[in-house]
Design a protein around this ligand. Structure first.
Ligand SMILES: Nc1ncnc2c1ncn2[C@@H]1O[C@H](COP(=O)(O)OP(=O)(O)OP(=O)(O)O)[C@@H](O)[C@H]1O
Length: 254
């Protein structure tokens, strides 16, 4: 169980997250939705302790993150919102670096790495540099690195970004299987179909504030027959009936 209590984060004068309070249970897939700049990555970076909150606290399995940072970080797999990291390393060197950071021997990670590399169709490319990879291949390399140590808590910031349909499908299956084992899966996405397919629980953020927290089923039930896209746009979208598209494209579009 992860408890976020009254979490606020400012970057200088910019208030990115305001008084966020919610609980994330183990055994469920928890999704963060919100427009660009809504505060999803800020929340996630606080959860993985890359940045510190301005105020508020995060409690992981009863332990305060501020006081037990190293212990909790060992339990977390984190996929950042950009895979453009360690570009000068080969994929294998990058994974070796991560294993060393977690103080793991080659024998500890070899079998799982091999399976992940096979799954994500990277076997032929492991000795090539991250710089030489396409965006989706970098994303796969970062995912493999994050999942190498099989940590309990997965925190994935837009993990399907750039993945081909097969890899996206496989990742979704891995996320479901991890949650079914009673573990924690947290991710952010802009893809509402993915959110509807995967999430047990949702948090929708709008300009740093929580505007919905609850199950996808409850949200759909509250809006009789509407799609998640329609509901999301009503809640988080542009207010009022704007004619901006017509202003830009004229009246000729369908
Ligand atoms: N390092 C930073 N310095 C200053 N402002 C920041 C910084 N990081 C984020 N912000 C601001 O905080 C707000 C929330 O940003 P955040 O990255 O959390 O949004 P997001 O929901 O992840 O957006 P996106 O969907 O575009 O990734 C935005 O207004 C953003 O400009």
């Amino acid at each position: 169980m992860i408890e976020i209590n009254d979490l606020t984060k400012s970057y200088g004068n910019k208030l990115a997250l305001q008084h966020l309070t919610l609980k994330i249970e183990s055994g469920k897939i928890f999704g963060f939705l919100g427009h660009n700049g809504a505060g999803k990555s800020t929340t996630i970076k606080n959860l993985v302790s890359i940045i510190q909150p301005t105020s508020g606290s995060i409690i992981v399995d009863g332990l305060d993150l501020a006081e037990h940072r190293q212990e909790i970080k060992q339990k977390i797999a984190y996929v950042p919102d950009t895979p453009d990291i360690f570009l000068q390393l080969t994929a294998m060197e990058y994974w070796d670096l991560l294993a060393a950071a977690y103080d793991l021997a080659e024998s500890d990670v070899q079998a799982r790495r091999h399976k992940l590399v096979e799954l994500f169709n990277m076997s032929e490319r492991v000795d090539e540099t991250m710089a030489s990879f396409s965006h989706g291949m970098r994303q796969k390399a970062v995912l493999i690195g994050a999942l190498l140590t099989d940590p309990d808590i997965w925190i994935l910031d837009e993990p399907m970004q750039g993945l081909d349909p097969q890899a996206a499908y496989d990742l979704k299956q891995l996320m479901k299987a991890h949650a079914e084992k009673g573990k924690t899966v947290i991710f952010s996405t802009h893809n509402l179909d993915t959110a509807q397919q995967l999430c047990d629980e949702l948090a929708i953020l709008k300009t740093g504030q929580l505007i919905y927290n609850g199950s996808v089923q409850d949200l759909l039930a509250q809006h009789n027959g509407e799609s998640l896209e329609d509901i999301y746009l009503q809640m988080a979208g542009r207010q009022g009936d704007s004619h901006l598209v017509d202003d830009i494209e004229g009246d000729s579009h369908e």
